[in-house]
Design a binder for this molecule. Structure first.
Ligand code: ATR
Length: 289
């Protein structure tokens, strides 16, 4: 990496930020394509967000990923946001065009591409989405027009019901919202083609947790988990054992990163390079188990 006076700086802001994989993924991609870009992580506390964003403008930082806890608050610091960001009320990607900051959300499209690029057919299919938090909302927004039917189950049922109703009206599609329980998962799974876990259940250190009993999984299901630490969650291990098609959370991480990369560079992202860099980093941290 040859850093010069012309090198463009991108980065990620969040709190905490020490475990982010974004510098690993993006620097690998910049190097692979020989782009004069560098990617850094900035630890920004919530109370410092506005100052940090003034710094972005002042320093001419070219692009940013935004993670917890800033995804919503950052919108107030931007000059323009797209329709997706307005709907979600959160942004995870910023592009600085000559001091004008634009906000985007790449989580939903990242999940969609992770599914499609891994051979999961969505057209006319029934998808069961577990969770109605920030990530689930982004995914649901992008999935509804692509699938036959979407069911959203959430521990706090009112969030699932509200999201389902809003999306159903918005796209004039069948979207069901309900409470998340062993019984509702089991029943909904019976006629589903695709299962998506968009809750944090199964994330380190809760390695033995899954919302889905192994005996409910089938070989004709496709299963994606948005949890990527560990790379193989209890859910995806059980799904693999049942013969289901499995898409790991790393795929969503890579494809949402690829969308951000394309926004900043205008170049097609080197997916394989990004995936390899992420998996190497996760295995060096012992999270690929
Ligand atoms: P993110 O931005 O990563 O989606 P979030 O907005 O905090 O994070 O959402 C976390 C999701 O995981 C929510 O759907 C949450 O359910 P609630 O809305 O009821 O809180 C879900 N979740 C977290 N822990 C859970 C658990 N033990 N069982 C079921 N759902 C859980």
């Amino acid at each position: 990496m040859d850093i010069s006076g012309k090198t463009r700086v991108c980065g990620v802001i969040g709190d905490p930020i020490g475990h982010t994989l974004s510098p690993t993924i993006h620097n690998a991609a910049f190097n692979h394509l020989g782009l004069d870009f560098v990617f850094l992580a900035f630890h920004v506390k919530a109370a410092e967000l506005e100052k940090a964003m003034r710094g972005i403008r002042g320093l001419g930082i070219h692009g940013l990923n935004v993670t917890m806890p800033h995804k919503s608050a950052v919108i107030g610091c931007l000059d323009e946001v797209d329709f997706t960001v307005r709907f979600l009320g959160s942004a995870n990607t910023i592009l600085n065009r000559g001091g004008k900051l634009s906000g985007f959300s790449t989580d939903g499209v990242g999940a969609l591409k992770a599914l499609l690029e891994n051979g999961v057919d969505l057209s006319g299919k029934k998808v069961l989405l577990l969770g109605a938090g920030g990530a689930a909302k982004a995914i649901a927004f992008v999935l509804v027009p692509e699938v036959g039917e979407l069911a959203i189950l959430n521990r706090s049922v009112e969030k699932a019901e509200e999201l389902a109703e809003t999306l159903g009206h918005m796209f004039n599609r069948k979207v069901m919202g309900g409470s998340l329980s062993p019984n509702t998962i089991k029943t909904n799974l019976r006629d589903s083609d695709v299962l998506l876990n968009a809750t944090s259940v199964g994330m380190k250190p809760n390695l033995s947790q899954s919302l889905v009993a192994p005996e409910w999984l089938r070989s004709d299901l496709s299963v994606m988990d948005i949890v990527y630490n560990p790379v193989k969650t209890k859910l995806t291990k059980d799904a693999e054992a049942a013969g289901a098609k499995v898409v790991s959370g790393v795929e969503m991480l890579i494809y949402q990163g690829a969308e951000s990369f394309e926004i900043w560079t205008g170049k097609s992202a080197p997916i394989k390079v990004m995936r390899k860099a992420a998996l190497n980093k996760l295995s060096s941290k012992g999270e690929s188990k």
